[in-house]
Design a protein around this ligand. Structure first.
Ligand code: 5GP
Ligand code: ZN
Length: 114
């Protein structure tokens, strides 16, 4: 998608701090971190949100979660624990319409999803 900020980041047209990459996903530090570890895990395929996943994406979803676990290991939160968040649509506050998973760690989170 030409006007998608995350597609541009994946292509290297917008700079980012890479944490991990493979043929399926790109993972980079969030520009406005909410926790000591705040990484965005993004499929290279442009999909608007988790709501738009199809049967064709079943294997990709597995790859995304493998990537999330790899990011947790690289950033050192795999033992302490971490939170994975994906926002869908307006009320959830999704601001970038390219599927992404926030990987948050390095501090204790409350049960309030606020
Ligand atoms: P959402 O609110 O859609 O779930 O999350 C979008 C996230 O992307 C936000 O946490 C925001 O800080 C991050 N973000 C937006 N633009 C950029 C950017 O240009 N670079 C990086 N690294 N993160 C971005
Ligand atoms: Zn995109």
């Amino acid at each position: 998608m030409d006007d998608c900020i995350f597609c541009k980041i994946i292509k290297g047209e917008i700079p980012s701090t890479k944490v991990y990459e493979n043929q399926y996903i790109y993972a980079f530090k969030d520009i406005q971190p909410c926790a000591p570890v705040h990484v965005l895990v993004v499929p290279k395929k442009h999909i608007e949100s988790a709501q738009k996943l199809t049967d064709e994406d079943t294997a990709l979803l597995g790859e995304i979660f493998k990537g999330i676990n790899e990011v947790a290991r690289i950033t050192g939160v795999d033992k302490s624990g971490f939170r994975v968040v994906t926002n869908i649509g307006r009320d959830a506050g999704q601001s970038v319409l390219h599927l992404h998973f926030h990987v948050l760690g390095g501090r204790v989170f409350g049960a309030d999803f606020g």
